[in-house]
Write a protein that binds this ligand. Structure first.
Ligand code: NAD
Length: 469
């Protein structure tokens, strides 16, 4: 068997599990390793522990075809694979840096298992880390526990992951590029060969470089994306102060400039999720430790910190006092097509309304269970979007789920006590909604209704009609 036909993947979360099923789908023999026995059991039972488009289907096929198996036993995984990919979490820790506890422990386990292994083994770090981590933390831990030197019977690469949650499977199959940070050329050659076999004729550009450069590429990538988001939100905030302006048109026009491109130019409530925030914070503190003041990154984060409260300001403008008002929040996940609420902006929006003593009803098609662990019983969890807005004084769109896009102005007019809608994700036709409802949106210059919204409150008319009968 060629080196690289058998892969073990440490950490079966968003990155690890999606990578595992994609490699299994392409015919590789994959062994997944996780410290969470419940997760292992679910995967063995072909149930995805996380929500990702297309994941469950590929998981079922991979387990059925015996291309994917799972274990908690690191030794078994190392012995039966040639390449180990580490995709464990690197959560934020106090002070802005990463907590490397999971990574350290995976490196120790792998090192111990490599001690008795004769054949060459490649260890690939995929978790997001700061420059120098693979060299100064992972490598010594593996060497010490393996009682071998890197470059002898094992090698190490750093291979950042750029997938987007919600489209992780698709992103892995259609990667923009592969970055390989290599300690020595043998390990880089093996990893490049692995990707050549995975992608066949669809091979994306491959960038081979030093490990620290590869680590910095991942950091720079996320910092740039965050900068784009804060930039367009800065313009959005400006638009709100200029009548007749609309940030979505500004973004469309500047996005057509090939030097800018339209992606990540969607004004809204700011960036959230498990990666962008912690990565920008980590790069900022890393930079400060090196004595370089990251002025731009500081501004990017300042803009982002304020952005969730823009919808609360809008609500206050439209409702005056929020105390006791019923606010329907549509969306809790940090973005559509995921159940992930880690660092999710909608959760901050909910907390902001609770601080103003509003009564908050929430609905999310997938993330309510995860959100409940954070918000507890402080909010009312509704079983559908329409029930969430029913009887509300104000509705805020916090996640751009397709099912919210499908709601028309009549749905709000029918169901809400007062049809006041704040579009935090710019999913509605501002002109149409602005004509019919009291409508405000991030980056929309004109929040004054063109006609008296009370005349279009269908709920009010229905109630009157019912009373007359
Ligand atoms: P996750 O929290 O969803 O999953 C991590 C998994 O690792 C968990 O199942 C956990 O039980 C397991 N684990 C922890 N320690 C372990 C060990 N010693 N051995 C085996 N398994 C262990 O994390 P994630 O979102 O998949 O992120 C993984 C890494 O990839 C992070 O560094 C993250 O920053 C990076 N990343 C994430 C994304 C994303 O969109 N989620 C994108 C790019 C990069």
């Amino acid at each position: 068997m060629r080196i690289g036909s058998r892969i073990s993947i440490f950490g079966l979360g968003y990155v690890g599990l999606c990578t595992a099923v994609c490699f299994a789908h392409k015919g590789f023999r994959v062994i997944g390793v996780d410290i969470d026995p419940k997760r292992i059991k679910m995967i063995q039972n072909k149930k995805a522990p996380i929500h990702e488009l297309g994941l469950e289907d590929l998981l079922e096929k991979s387990v059925d075809s015996q291309k994917l198996s799972c274990t908690q036993d690191c030794g078994e995984a190392i012995e039966n694979s040639d390449i180990s990919i580490i995709a464990v979490g690197t959560p934020p820790q106090h002070g802005g840096s990463y907590d490397l506890g999971y990574l350290r422990s995976a490196a120790i386990d792998i090192g111990k298992a490599l001690r008795t292994k004769k054949a060459y083994h490649l260890v690939v770090v995929k978790s997001t880390v700061l420059p120098g981590t693979t060299e100064n933390t992972v490598k010594p831990l593996i060497e010490e526990n393996a009682e071998k030197k890197c470059g002898s019977t094992f090698g190490i690469c750093y291979n950042p992951e750029f997938l987007r949650e919600g489209s992780a499977v698709e992103d892995i199959f259609n990667s923009d590029r592969i970055v390989i940070g290599e300690m020595e050329s043998r390990s880089g050659d093996i990893l490049e060969e692995l990707y050549r076999r995975f992608y066949g004729t669809q091979l994306p550009p491959i960038i081979r470089t030093k490990v620290a450069t590869a680590e910095l590429i991942k950091q720079a990538n996320n910092a740039f994306l965050a900068t784009k988001v804060s930039f367009i939100n800065t313009i959005a905030n400006l638009c709100q102060a200029i009548p007749e302006t609309d940030v979505t048109i500004v973004a469309k026009a500047i996005g057509l400039d090939r030097r800018i491109n339209p992606l990540f130019l969607e004004a809204g409530l700011g960036y959230g999720g498990s990666c962008l925030r912690k990565d920008v914070r980590a790069l900022t503190s890393f930079s400060e430790r090196l004595g370089i003041k990251p002025i731009l990154l500081g501004a990017v984060q300042d803009v982002n910190r304020m952005q969730p409260y823009k919808v609360i300001e809008l609500a206050q403008k439209l409702l005056n006092d929020l105390k006791g008002k019923r606010i329907g929040i549509l969306g809790l996940a940090f973005k559509p097509n995921t159940d992930d609420v880690r660092d999710a902006v909608p959760i901050e929006v909910v907390k902001g309304f609770l601080d103003k003593k509003a009564h908050v009803a929430v609905y999310d098609p997938m993330a309510a269970g995860n959100a409940k662990q954070i918000l507890g019983n402080k909010v009312e969890y509704m079983p559908s979007a329409l029930e969430c807005i029913d009887g509300a004084d104000c509705c805020v769109v916090a996640t751009a789920w397709p099912e919210f896009k499908a709601l028309g102005w009549k749905d709000f007019a029918h169901h809400m006590r007062t049809p006041i809608v704040i579009d935090g994700r710019r999913i509605y036709n501002a002109e149409e909604f602005g004509q019919r409802l009291k409508f405000a949106a991030i980056g929309l210059g004109n929040i004054v209704p063109k006609r008296d919204f009370r005349k279009t409150s269908l709920r009010r008319q229905n109630l009157k009609g019912n009373r007359a009968r």
